[in-house]
Design a protein around this ligand. Sequence first.
Ligand SMILES: [Zn+2]
Length: 198
Amino acid sequence: MTRALFIIDVQNDFTEGGALGVDGGAAVAAGITRHLEAHRDDYALVVASRDWHSGENDNGGHFATEADPDFVDTWPAHCVEGTPGAEYHPALAADVIDVHIRKGQGVPAYSIFEGTDDAGATIGEVLTAHGVTEVDVVGIATDYCVRASALDALEHGQHVRVLTGLVAGVAPESSAAALAELGHAGVELVDATDADRA
Ligand SMILES: [Zn+2]
């Protein structure tokens, strides 16, 4: 068994005080760091994604420009490359990240599988190269990028767990619906304390 950890979009703009901050985001950043302090050796690979948008355009309609954002398909400007909002939250231990994925350059991109690493490889290629068969998913937001990344990991043939104590969502209803959908799709939902015992 070769397991990777996906840390999805734990960035300043998605945490409290950011352009699109979700409640509990900063606590998720700190919780992931504690999880890694206890469990770094469980993971052959620690991968983190960042939403990484252009500041020059609306990123394929992803940024609301003509009307107010609907918070489903259009959003306030966020995670513009090179700005503090696009950086990892300071409570996240970024020094233990092996692979950095950037996604959303000029386009909407919710799943980590839509991005590439510094060398231009997709995460699917990276997982295959390392023989990864199991993926744990944590991060932000439960109802968008965590959901999309977990579904794509299943599609890639991974055994997928979402650590439900280490995710935060945009809205409670859509986050609960996303977790239910993931469970039905075959994702194992475990709370962080279960993961600690595993
Ligand atoms: Zn975005």
